[in-house]
Design a protein around this ligand. Structure first.
Ligand SMILES: C[S@@+](CC[C@H](N)C(=O)[O-])C[C@H]1O[C@@H](n2cnc3c(N)ncnc32)[C@H](O)[C@@H]1O
Length: 235
């Protein structure tokens, strides 16, 4: 049985897919005003094998990318994919190893569910951003903060977190810092029916209106959104 804490390790070995993930297109579109002109510096936090920056560069060859991940193994993999790119091994939660500079556009996708405390990573992202930040992941549109621990049945030696923090808690925190921001909800536009046995990998359920709910064996609906941060302080 694969320890559940290792469920992201496939990023180190998977052969890159020809098709970009659906939310890559969405994020690129959201950030296109910042990415399309000049030579913006771009940081991708939790870059894994570098696929998102690689995709962005096909659309915006002008960007100056930096790939950051807490895993040296994944940064090593990203360095084989991305040329003319800076690489950083750093921890956005603990604030260790962070670049000592700011970026025009900062991305972080598929990472925030790992963190139970949202203040630390948000402060760190803000400190790294001089323009805009786009944080894509699961956020609860209902006013409940859910902090779960997930284990495989029969294996108490390994666990992973799954945090579904409310948009409201983050709104309250960012408002208290005077940081302009907004959430934009996102739904997976295509079906991804279950075709595997692993309950930690997600699949979709079609609703009566033809939209798709993303779930996995936790039986928690994955409600996706992008949190767009403009680091200019409000008056
Ligand atoms: C689920 S993967 C998402 C990869 C990619 N961003 C995507 O959306 O396809 C989560 C990534 O976040 C990285 N990560 C986990 N904790 C981190 C931390 N504290 N700081 C930076 N990266 C982290 C993991 O190593 C992994 O590459």
């Amino acid at each position: 049985m694969v320890p559940i804490a290792h469920h992201n390790h496939f990023y180190a070995t998977e052969v890159r897919q020809e098709q970009p993930k659906e939310f890559f297109r969405f994020l690129a579109q959201e950030a296109s005003p910042q990415l399309g002109s000049g030579e913006p510096t771009v940081l991708d936090i939790g870059c894994a094998g570098g696929d998102f920056l690689n995709y962005l560069r096909t659309l915006f060859p002008n960007i100056r990318p930096t790939a950051m991940d807490v895993s040296p193994e994944l940064i090593s993999k990203a360095s084989t994919l991305l040329s003319d790119c800076d690489f950083v091994v750093g921890d956005i939660y603990r604030g260790t190893g962070l670049p000592e500079r700011q970026y025009d556009v900062v991305f972080m996708s598929g990472v925030n569910y790992l963190f139970d405390d949202y203040e630390a990573w948000l402060r760190n992202i803000i400190s790294l951003t001089r323009g805009s930040a786009y944080i894509f992941g699961v956020f609860n549109p209902e006013d409940l903060d859910v902090r779960a621990t997930v284990q495989r049945a029969g294996d108490q030696t390994s666990s992973m977190p799954f945090n579904l923090i409310s948009q409201k808690s983050i709104n309250v925190f960012l408002d208290s810092l005077g940081v302009r921001h907004h959430f934009k909800n996102w739904n997976l536009p295509i079906a991804n029916p279950r075709s595997h046995d692993d309950p930690i990998r997600s699949w979709t359920i079609e609703t009566s209106t033809g939209s798709f709910l993303v779930v996995n064996g936790m039986q928690i609906v994955h409600t996706f959104a992008v949190l767009a941060i403009d680091t200019i302080k409000s008056e």
